[in-house]
Ligand binder design. Structure first.
Ligand code: ADP
Ligand code: MG
Length: 248
């Protein structure tokens, strides 16, 4: 792809966020291009979740600019619900509706938000279940699934809205070790399909393999960012060096 065709999907410029006297994000600037996979690493409490949550306005920055898909989030005229429909989010906890079937969980948002009629939503849901390797689970209750299966359903549910950006906040941190690989495989396939993704994870092997760019957060700042080979094999920042020595 030539430079001229590169499209910025997420533009963040000099964003700050405090909770009381706790200055959580400090002058964060970051652009993410279409089809890019950005992995965010860093110690607990460094502001990674707060950063992700700001991108769909679950948190509001104190100042600075955030533009998603060309929409300035601070602009009063921006319909934040429309922006959110294009951003899928997957968390550590699955937030599925436990009393519903797998298929109902995946169909719910597109039908409720009027994006698809039931027939189309069901067709889409069944396709997505194939994609995440759980086609045979369509009609079972979510209660009966393992954590890893629930997380793959949560990914399918987010994809049902046909988002063009996917955010993942430690999607495998709550899973038993033997479940982690299946979820990472789904994410890897999604990355290969060209989805724009921002992923917070402690899975360094996955980051090395899948990330176009790795961003290291520490104390509310982006201390270093670059391609995986550089960040993991030749880190310049001392705090990054220290962090990597603990996690790798
Ligand atoms: P990370 O995801 O990197 O672990 P977070 O973004 O969750 O970091 O948190 C960054 C800091 O902000 C932490 O000190 C945390 O306690 C604080 N924080 C996060 N959310 C809130 C909130 N809703 N209210 C007050 N403090 C918060
Ligand atoms: Mg977090």
């Amino acid at each position: 792809m030539s430079e001229a065709q590169t499209k910025v999907k997420v533009h963040v410029d000099k964003v700050n966020k405090s909770y009381g006297s706790n200055h959580v994000l400090r002058d964060i600037s970051l652009d993410i291009n279409e089809n890019e996979v950005v992995v965010m690493i860093g110690p607990s409490g460094s502001g990674k979740s707060t950063f992700l949550r700001m991108l769909n306005q679950l948190e509001t920055p104190d100042n600075g600019t955030i533009v998603v898909d060309g929409y300035d989030l601070s602009d009063k005229g921006t319909d934040i619900n429309k922006v959110r429909e294009n951003i899928g989010m997957v968390f550590q906890g699955f937030n599925l509706f436990n009393n519903y079937t797998v298929l109902e969980n995946i169909m719910l948002a597109p039908v409720e938000l009027g994006k698809m009629d039931k027939e189309k939503a069901e067709k889409k849901a069944r396709e997505l279940l194939e994609t995440v390797g759980l086609a045979e689970k369509a009609d079972v209750s979510v209660n009966s699934l393992s954590g890893g299966q629930k997380q793959r359903i949560a990914i399918a549910r987010a994809l049902a809205m046909e988002p063009d950006i996917m955010l993942f906040d430690e999607p495998t941190s709550a899973l038993d070790p033997e479940m982690v690989g299946d979820v990472l495989d789904v994410m890897k396939n999604l990355a290969e399909s060209g989805m724009t993704m921002i992923i917070v994870t402690h899975e360094m092997g996955f980051a090395k393999q899948v990330a176009d760019r790795v961003v290291f957060f520490e104390s509310g700042k982006i201390q270093e960012s670059g391609v995986p080979e550089q960040v993991f094999n030749a880190p310049k920042n001392e705090r990054l060096q220290e962090f990597l020595s603990k996690v790798m």
